[in-house]
Ligand binder design. Structure first.
Ligand code: NI
Length: 185
């Protein structure tokens, strides 16, 4: 296992659609090794989610792990470490809600993004099982942020009011008290 470098906005891999994994790749040893690196990198950088393209591996793999509880941005729900391989999304309810998002590939900034808050996700697990889960609220937002990475999209592309894009320091000083929980990945 190794902590990998998180590539930043401007690196072309962050702007390319990642490729799906083939069935025979899902049983191969390099995949658990990649996921182990992703987990170690996520912990080292202190995020709550990471997509493989962020460590320059353009494949459709993303992880989310949220300890939950009180953060410096308010109360956030818990999510145990979950590995999403080839995830597909279906919006259950298109009603949106906005959160202040951040991204390890766009360090130092926060931006307000509105996304659907009830989604169904079909994905393959690390051991090759097909799973379906529904996510709501903050977790639905976090997942969509990660899925966007697999499609070459960054959260800054989703900001509809660019006045709601701020440096972290100014965000904490002027905007956070009236804002929502932030997404940091
Ligand atoms: Ni991100």
């Amino acid at each position: 296992m190794a902590v990998r470098k998180v590539i930043r906005m401007g690196h072309p891999i962050l702007r390319q659609p990642a490729r799906p994994l083939e069935a025979d790749e899902i049983g191969s040893p390099w995949l658990p090794a990649l996921v182990a690196d992703m987990v170690e990198t996520l912990h080292d950088y202190g995020g709550i989610g990471l997509a493989a393209p962020q460590i320059a591996e353009p494949v459709r793999v993303a992880i989310i792990e949220i300890p939950g509880g009180q953060s410096r941005y308010g109360e956030i729900p818990e999510m145990p470490l979950t590995v999403f391989i080839n995830p597909a999304i279906e919006v259950v309810d298109p009603a949106t809600h906005g959160y202040w998002e951040g991204c390890l590939s766009v360090p130092g900034l926060r931006g307000f993004v509105e996304r659907p808050q009830h989604v169904r996700i079909r994905y393959t697990t690390l051991d090759g099982r097909r799973e379906t889960i529904e996510l709501q609220g903050f977790l639905a937002t976090v997942f969509q942020h990660e899925l966007d990475h697999l499609d070459g999209t960054l959260y800054v592309d989703r900001i509809t009011d660019t006045k709601l894009l701020a440096f972290e320091e100014e965000f904490m000083r002027y905007l956070a008290p009236q804002g929502e929980a932030a997404v940091i990945d």
